[in-house]
Design a protein around this ligand. Structure first.
Ligand code: MG
Length: 379
């Protein structure tokens, strides 16, 4: 027994030197709520929630009293305890992200108590490294945005990435021009994904598919509003490009709805929002039953990236065969000191792949001095 003695939140934030935007809104700062769960013997685990940081913090404070005094090894039982209490309010949304943050911290703690990495707790990694893709190519006020996007994409390839994901959602004509420019800049061998962050109607999404389907797009991410399950079903039926979604989906029941609608080829749960590792495993099992690929969404600090890395390294690749299909983890490359300066290790990309940590738990160390620097209002 390892009794949970303390649950703490740390809202960290950073002003961006170069603000950017995507199809929905702009960013001039970043803010994340981290969670540290400490046991009575002083060992601790880190987690983070994906969502508005102050709201995640309020959610963690709601759940914390329910697990204090509990056994830190009983991650599933603690999850149930929190979810049962929050069920009226935590089926989806930020409260489930808060529960996820605690769950990730509990799995980190459990790994440290047992002296094994989280991937081992999940069943063991398939290989020592996983393929990653560079997420970038956001929008800014650069007058020649198309050229800027193409140059940025080529830069990721020069850094060793074999796959890149760009934003679309400015409008189908402009998007098609940008996609063609990026494809030309990276050459035919590099995988290219497009992500609209649910910017389109069904007709617009189909229009964009037709305009860029000769550009060898690996997947079209969040083409439609997350709740438009019928639209997704119709789009997927008519699209020659595989359809991906899931960063705005929550819990195994939410993914059940997504898969039941035959909405996606690729599911993208965020471990720091979908219900943590505990619920992520259930989502992966359900995806397997529906023959849907899983590749986690990651857009936070090194803690969230480590969570995605451990999770993806253990997921079944479908269909099984001698030379397995490749599966990619998201590696956001936008300006993010919270990712680059707050935690170790920094995950070098070697030949398009990142090594899965073998240290106990998540294998992430938080720099407490930098944590203090990033706490409080964004600066
Ligand atoms: Mg996305």
């Amino acid at each position: 027994m390892s009794t949970i003695a303390r649950v703490e939140t740390f809202v960290v934030s950073q002003k961006l030197r170069h603000p950017f935007h995507f199809s929905q809104w702009g960013f001039d700062h970043r803010a994340v709520c981290l969670v540290r769960v400490t046991a009575d013997d002083g060992r601790y685990g880190w987690g983070e929630g994906y969502g508005p940081a102050d709201v995640v913090r309020a959610g963690v404070e709601f759940f914390a009293p329910l697990i204090l005094g509990g056994d830190g090894l009983r991650t599933g039982a603690l999850w149930q305890q929190m979810h049962a209490r929050g069920h009226d309010f935590a089926r989806r949304g930020v409260l489930l992200a808060a529960l996820s943050a605690i769950d990730v911290a509990l799995w980190d703690l459990k790994g440290k108590i047992l002296g094994v990495p989280v991937h081992m707790l999940l069943g063991g990694k398939r290989s020592d490294a996983v393929s990653v893709y560079a997420t970038g190519m956001y929008f800014d006020d650069e007058p020649n945005l198309t050229a800027r996007l193409a140059t940025e994409a080529a830069g990721y390839v020069a850094q060793g990435f074999h796959a890149v994901k760009m934003k679309v959602g400015l409008g189908v004509e402009a998007d098609a021009v940008n996609v063609r420019a990026v494809r030309a800049a990276i050459g035919p061998a590099v995988k290219l994904m497009i992500d609209s962050n649910h910017a389109f109607s069904l007709r617009e999404a189909l229009d964009l598919v037709r305009r860029v389907e000769d550009c060898a797009i690996t997947w079209f991410e969040e083409p439609l509003a997350p709740d438009d399950y019928e639209g997704y079903r119709e789009l997927r039926r008519r699209s020659s490009i595989p359809i991906a979604a899931g960063e705005c989906e929550y819990g195994v029941a939410g993914f059940h709805q997504l898969f039941g609608a035959q909405a996606v080829d690729i599911a993208q749960p965020d471990i720091c929002a979908c219900g943590g590792f505990t619920e992520g495993q259930r989502i992966a099992a359900l995806a397997r039953a529906h023959s849907v690929a899983v590749t986690p969404h990651c857009w936070g600090t090194g803690i969230g990236f480590a969570a995605g890395l451990h999770f993806l390294s253990t997921i079944d690749l479908l269909p099984g065969r001698l030379r397995l299909p490749e599966s990619f983890l998201e590696m956001d490359r936008t300006e993010n000191a919270l990712r680059d300066e707050l935690t170790q290790p920094r995950y070098p990309v070697i030949a398009g792949r990142v090594t899965v940590p073998d240290a106990p738990g998540l294998g992430v160390e938080v720099d407490l001095l930098r944590l203090a620097d990033f706490s409080g209002p964004a600066k």
